[in-house]
Design a protein around this ligand. Structure first.
Ligand SMILES: [Mg+2]
Length: 191
């Protein structure tokens, strides 16, 4: 399904955390690559990989997933995290630009439609991945200290969501008008 401009800001799915995603089901559906954001997605901002995250990556690799870390953070941060969980990585990825995602696909040797991007931010993680053609899952940001920032982000997201739903609604009305007899449609148009 082709996604529209504003729809690119919206994820295909959402989950409470990276631990609540139905990976087995997604693997069975044919998805083979996972591209993770780090900060506020896998761990709190700046925190090292936890035992739970290491176990998650072991499990995912055991299922046959290729796993990538794609972060806008600097090399020292991203490299040490990725080495700890045993994943390939791209640092200073320039999200939401598409180049980083394409590089991730190249490194995994997978097409976009078999790859899922997982992140906490609509304007970086989700927007970039949608435009690259990946499936997207938005997780709730895990750091409670950034609650005010999250509230602000939600406010910023609001007009985009509204405009998306308005657009969808007007598309529905257009479809209804097309269903009307020709003369009624013309009358409506002259109003
Ligand atoms: Mg993040």
């Amino acid at each position: 399904m082709r996604k529209r401009l504003l729809g690119n800001l919206l994820p295909d799915d959402d989950a409470e955390s990276v631990f609540a995603i139905p990976y087995e089901k997604l693997r069975a559906e044919g998805y083979a690559g996972l591209v993770f954001d780090i900060d506020n997605t896998l761990v709190m901002h700046g925190a090292p990989a936890t035992a739970a995250v290491r176990a998650l990556f072991d499990r995912l690799k055991g299922m046959g997933f290729r796993c990538m870390i794609l972060s806008n953070n600097r090399e020292a941060r991203v490299k040490s995290f990725a080495l700890t969980v045993g994943a390939d990585y791209i640092y200073k990825a320039g999200k939401p630009r598409k180049a980083g995602y394409r590089k991730a696909l190249d490194q995994m040797d997978l097409p976009a439609d078999r790859t899922i991007a997982i992140g906490d931010q609509l304007f970086t993680d989700i927007w970039g991945a949608n435009r690259t053609g990946m499936m997207t899952i938005r997780v709730s940001p895990i750091d409670p200290r950034e609650e005010i920032q999250i509230v602000l982000k939600r406010k910023l997201e609001k007009p985009f969501l509204k405009s998306y739903f308005r657009k969808r609604k007007s598309g529905g009305r257009r479809a209804e008008r097309r269903a009307l007899p020709a003369d009624e449609t013309r009358r409506g148009g002259k109003k």
